[in-house]
Ligand binder design. Structure first.
Ligand code: ADE
Length: 447
């Protein structure tokens, strides 16, 4: 507590934010309204008690994952993360404030018109497509986790249950049962492993149904009966829902995940396409310094994260955390870089390394292995300004997340840009997950 100029008691977060009313509460965290004392901007602050967090197995890891995921999925329809702060006892996740509150509150007042429901559904699908393109399954999509900003734009929040590819078991599936029963796909309830992205599509189907109908498709006072309905995909469709919307819901609520409609298929339906304007991804945020966002250290208990960390010694968490504004990793590598000199891959580092070597050879470059996971490629003929030389460095971020940085090591800068933007790409196409600056998942993007 602190006293302001007029003597009133103010609840401050590390002298930077003023805390206001509580916006929501979960089992491990409370979300408060906050105001940035520097610029007066409204924020939402998730406050987590460290001691409480440590009492439950896996919760520290889950919070780390939630933070890294939020930083990876910067999108106009996803609540953005601003920074992570910590005191000795608490972690504060400072997020964008969605002034319009929960979409749930709107539906609770009555079902929406088909046009209004479509508008929200389009934004939900755009956000989910972006998350999936980053390898993130949300796993708890429901109207309570869909917020609205002051312009009525939908913002997906609460990645507390979201999963990264690193959680996949050897069968390539997720096995943790989570989510809110009424919105959970049958294969998740069956506990035999599921594909997180397909399970999210089921939840999108339930959300669309709720928006159009004003009530849940699978509902029963008795959980067993509710589960039975979910397993059978048994629901009633009220007469006011149009044929097109009914068919789309039917394809989303397909019990067999292999038969469930995918995002690209949804985007091709005339019902979805009506008035759809693909959101433009957030403009790149100025990369923060490493020490601003070293959330791992913050959660682990050090009071703050002062001290610059050398990019070469960053751990997996720090790397993932830095993936702000669509894999804009420029904050990670000290030199000033143009876009698209960094890409991520889900292949193991060794595979990526060998692929780089063969891509260089296919371009008829001299390739030499350097220290660690470095490879130098040099053109055999002079370009506009001498012989182009490029170094590629491979970083192993997590079990199945690899990051590659290309650096200009000789020759003309324009030749280097062309090398990264065009020449090397075909040889790497089957291992690239996303190029920094590209927006996978949206029509026209390079996946
Ligand atoms: N409730 C939970 N998170 C919120 C946010 N980011 N904005 C507004 N209300 C919220």
């Amino acid at each position: 507590m602190a006293r302001g100029r007029e003597g009133e008691v103010r609840n401050l977060v590390l002298g930077k934010y003023e805390l206001g009313r509580m916006l929501g509460q979960g089992s491990f965290a409370k979300v408060y309204y906050g105001r940035d004392l520097r610029d007066g901007q409204s924020v939402a602050i998730k406050v987590i008690d460290k001691a409480h967090l440590r009492q439950t197995d896996g919760m520290v890891e889950q919070l780390r994952r939630e933070i890294s995921i939020m930083r990876m999925v910067r999108h106009p329809n996803v609540v953005g993360i601003r920074e992570v702060l910590a005191s000795r006892q608490r972690v504060f996740v400072v997020m964008e404030y969605a002034r319009g509150g929960e979409l749930f509150a709107k539906v609770a007042r009555g079902r929406l018109t088909e046009d209004a429901a479509r508008k929200y559904f389009q934004q939900l699908v755009a956000a989910v497509a972006f998350c999936h393109s980053r390898g993130v399954a949300h796993r708890d999509l429901k109207p309570e986790n869909l917020l609205l900003d002051e312009e009525g734009r939908l913002k997906v929040t609460d990645f507390g249950l979201a999963a990264l590819p690193e959680q996949l078991r050897h069968d390539g599936l997720l096995h943790t049962q989570c989510g809110t029963p009424a919105y959970v796909a049958p294969e998740v309830l069956r506990k035999r492993g599921y594909d997180g992205a397909r399970a999210d599509m089921w939840s999108c189907g339930v959300v669309l149904y709720v928006l159009l109908c004003g009530f849940l498709p699978f509902q029963h006072d008795n959980y067993v009966k509710m589960y039975q309905k979910i397993f059978k995909g048994e629901y009633q469709m009220p007469p006011w829902v149009s044929g097109e919307a009914r068919r789309l819901i039917g394809r989303l609520l397909a019990v067999d995940p292999a038969k469930r409609i995918s995002i690209p298929e949804i985007m091709l339906t005339p019902w979805f396409k009506r008035g759809f304007v693909p959101p433009v991804p957030s403009s790149p945020v100025t990369p923060r310094k490493w020490d601003d966002d070293n959330a791992a250290a913050l959660i682990d208990g050090s009071e703050d994260s002062s001290g610059n960390i050398s990019p070469r010694t960053c751990n997996a968490f720090q790397l993932i955390s830095s993936m702000s504004s669509g894999f804009d990793l420029s904050g990670l590598f000290e030199s000033e870089q143009k876009a698209a000199t960094v890409f991520t891959s889900r292949a193991p580092a060794a595979t990526v390394f060998h692929k780089l070597e063969s891509a260089g050879k296919a371009l008829r470059y001299n390739t030499t292995r350097g220290k660690g996971w470095r490879i130098r490629m040099e053109a055999k003929a002079d370009g506009a300004n001498g012989r182009l030389a490029v170094t590629a460095e491979v970083f192993e971020v997590a079990a199945d997340v690899t990051v590659v940085e290309f650096a200009h090591d000789g020759g003309d800068a324009l030749d280097f840009n062309k090398f990264c933007a065009e020449d090397v790409r075909p040889g790497l196409a089957d291992i690239v997950w996303a190029w920094q600056g590209d927006v996978p998942g949206l029509p026209g993007a390079v996946a």
